[in-house]
Every structure is written in C-alpha cells, then in structure tokens.
Design a protein around this ligand. Structure first.
Ligand SMILES: Nc1nc2c(ncn2[C@@H]2O[C@H](COP(=O)(O)OP(=O)(O)OP(=O)(O)O)[C@@H](O)[C@H]2O)c(=O)[nH]1
Length: 400
C-alpha cells in the first residue's frame, strides 16, 4: 500500500468495470484513502452507513459496539466490519448488517414452515369475503380435509351452524378487534370442540387478513367429563345407602330441603316414615345377614310402589323415609299400597325361606309455612301412633 494520492475513482476502469461489479455485492463495501476518508461506497454500503458517507472519514460515521462490530451513526444499524486487502493505494472495508443475515424470502419460507408444522390448526382468510386462502396440516387433519378442499371455503362453514348468531358475532368481533385476539369455545362442523382464536392481521397492500387458530379440546373435555363423572359418582356414594342402594340420611336431608323449597312454591307433597315391625326378632331368629337381605328387599319393594319424582331413603336401622309428590286425597291410598305390598306376601329369601314382615307408616302432608324439622316430627308422631295402636297400619298426622 502506498501513501501517495489514490487514483480517482472516475477513471474509465473504475466507472465501467469496478463500480458495477461492486454494486452487485450483497455486502456493503467502501473504498477509502490512506486516512480512511471514504472515496466510494457501493449501494449496500450507502444503505447501511447512510447516503452521505462519501467524503467523510469512516471513523466519524461509526461508533464501536463489540470487537469487530460497529454501529452506523446515521442508520443505527449494527454492522460486522472487516478490512480487505485491496491495493491501488486504497483501503477497502466490507460491512454486513448483523440483523439481516437471512433474506426476507428465507424468513418467509421459515415462517411458512413453522405455520405448516404448528400443532394447532391455522387458517388464513380474506377479511372481506371470509374465503380461506391457506390452511396448515393440523387444520386439514382437524377438519378431515383429505382432498385440500378447505381453501376457498368460507370460514363460517367450518363451524357447526347450530348457533349462527353467536358465530357471526364472534367473527365480527375478530374483524373489529384492534387489540390482539378474540377467543371462544366453539364446535366444528364435524362436532369437534375447539378453542378458536381469531386474530386480525394488519392490512397488507390494502388487504385485511383474518387468522383463525383452532385448538382441539376433545382430549381436554374428555378428561373433564371423566372427572365430572367420578365426582358425580363420589357425590352419589356420599348420599347412597350401600345396603339397599336407596338414598341415605344425608341424601334424604338434602332432598327434603329441595322438596320444602318446591312446596313453598305450591308443589304438593307428603312425608311418610315407614318402620318394619318387630325387626329385632328377624335378626334374632334368622341372623344379621338375613336381616340385611330383608332390609334390601323391603327397600326395593317400597321403591317399586312409587313414581320417579318420589324419593325413598333408608333413614337408619329399619326405618324408611318417603317423600311423595301427591295431594291429601291420594296420600292414604299410596301409604296403604306400600303397607300391603310389604305385608301381604312373605318375603322370599335367597335361601328359599318365606319370611312374613309387616310395616307401620306415619304420614303427614306438607303445609306451606312448616319447616322440614316440623314435618319430620309430625310424620314421626304419626308413626309412633301406628306402632302404639298395634302396628301394620298407616296413621295420618292430625293437627291438634
Ligand atoms: N340386619 C340389620 N339389622 C339392623 C340394621 N340396622 C338396625 N338393625 C336392627 O333393627 C332392630 C330394630 O329394633 P327395634 O328398634 O327394637 O324395633 P323393632 O324390633 O322393629 O320393633 P318395632 O319397631 O317396635 O316394631 C335392631 O335389632 C337393630 O339391630 C341393619 O343394618 N341390618
């Protein structure tokens, strides 16, 4: 390298051969004099360093960042800077934008690859006509689109149309939303439940795009249903008597509260308490297991005399509480039906024995204004009277 004045760059050689060549470079290149005054900068260098770099000393255009990396004062870009051997009494410097190591095309290709491989379904559509322009692999799988018919379909037809108003509202909100995404639980046309997210993408060349992301929720909902099922089972076990399969005392107390609320709104119902007569003798003569079997069979027999809306509970021991939806005129008839069903035919035990049993019942109509405890006391008083007056009978509570 010589310290003499470098040849001007507008000689025929540099104009006709060197400059066009240097302008083809994808990196920025500057040619400087021995004092690093910029004599020439190719197109890329002008973009990276700023258009007025020629005539200035390079060091006045750059500040140090890390070793080998400079920041261009005018453009703020972070640049890799390298000196090249050049000759002709000049110094050559190569600049490369740190942030643009991949081209826009490469970036787009990467983005497309990412969307295609994304585990959630992604669809793009034109925001005006809602025509789908692109759908990734997960979208084609989720919507069972083996023949690539999804593109050109309308976005709204991929959803189940049971609730068209809700769907239209959702899409409208997606189009209007300027602050990120709108999200709803939706059902697809093939009945797959999804969490749908709509994102309005910025206008590109005057065109507004709507992006829909669909996350399959069937797995999640399946698990949720299994948990709900287990919970319901556990709940029912809490309220059920294991010996008879009927409601237990806990279940009865809850049901009574509900009957009282319905009664206050005008629903007629009654409470009966049935108690097996001389049950102790059954246990004593046949054993506890036979006693258990008898309790189970009597419980089923009582249940069979009633409708679905009625409730039978084993309240404790050999005592059954029965909530019957009926008016006063029917109460006695229903109570007698139960008494006859239990007492008229001996119980056929599993060991072949025929076991005669009878049932005493006390019954009381619900009257608006009385609470569950009072209703229970009244029915219990009537039961006591049935036992006292000889058993195997029905006694109606009479208000004093
Ligand atoms: N096998 C069996 N017996 C039970 C169960 N719960 C309570 N008992 C029995 O039921 C009997 C109830 O006897 P008591 O209260 O004297 O009444 P009862 O013999 O039916 O006489 P009355 O009700 O006056 O007609 C007792 O012997 C209890 O042990 C049970 O789950 N299984």
């Amino acid at each position: 390298m010589t310290s003499s004045t470098p040849p001007p760059l507008d000689t025929p050689l540099t104009c006709e051969v060197l400059k066009p060549l240097l302008d083809q470079l994808s990196d920025g290149l500057t040619l400087c004099d021995h004092d690093d005054g910029v004599l020439y900068a190719n197109h890329v260098a002008l973009r990276l360093l700023g258009s007025n770099v020629i005539g200035h000393r390079l060091e006045s255009q750059l500040i140090d960042d890390q070793p080998g990396v400079k920041i261009a004062i005018h453009t703020g870009m972070h640049l890799d800077m390298r000196e090249l051997p050049f000759g002709l009494g000049m110094r050559a410097y190569l600049f490369r934008d740190q942030g643009s190591r991949i081209s826009a095309d490469q970036a787009l290709a990467r983005l497309r690859g990412l969307v295609e491989a994304w585990p959630d379904a992604v669809l793009f559509c034109d925001a005006n006509g809602l025509e789908i322009s692109d759908a990734n692999r997960a979208a084609r799988q989720l919507l069972e689109d083996d023949h690539h018919r999804l593109t050109r379909e309308n976005l709204s037809v991929i959803f189940c149309d049971k609730d068209a108003d809700r769907l239209q509202k959702f899409i409208r909100q997606g189009l209007l939303s300027r602050r990120g995404a709108v999200r709803r639980e939706m059902l697809l046309r093939n009945d797959v439940p999804v969490e749908a997210t709509l994102i309005r993408l910025d206008e590109h060349q005057g065109q507004l795009t709507l992006m829909a992301m669909l996350r399959d929720r069937s797995h999640y909902l399946g698990k949720l249903r299994a948990v709900e099922h287990k919970l319901a089972k556990a709940q029912s076990m809490i309220s059920r008597d294991s010996l008879t399969g009927l409601c237990n005392r806990h279940g009865f107390d809850k049901a009574l509260e509900e009957f009282i609320i319905a009664g206050a709104s005008g629903r007629e119902f009654a409470l009966m308490i049935g108690d097996i007569d001389h049950f102790k003798q059954i246990n004593d003569s046949h054993g506890h297991l036979v006693g258990d079997e008898a309790l189970h069979k009597i419980g089923q027999c009582i249940r069979a005399q009633l409708r679905d809306a009625d409730l039978v509970a084993r309240y404790g021991g050999e005592e059954f509480c029965i909530l019957v939806v009926c008016g006063a005129a029917m109460l006695s008839e229903i109570a007698e039906r139960i008494r006859h069903a239990v007492g008229d035919t001996p119980l056929a035990l599993d060991n072949g024995t025929l076991l005669p049993v009878t049932l005493s019942l006390g019954a009381c109509m619900f009257e608006p204004g009385i609470d569950g405890e009072t209703l229970f006391e009244h029915a219990d008083d009537a039961l006591y009277a049935a036992k006292e007056s000889g058993r195997n009978r029905v006694v109606m509570f009479q208000s004093p």
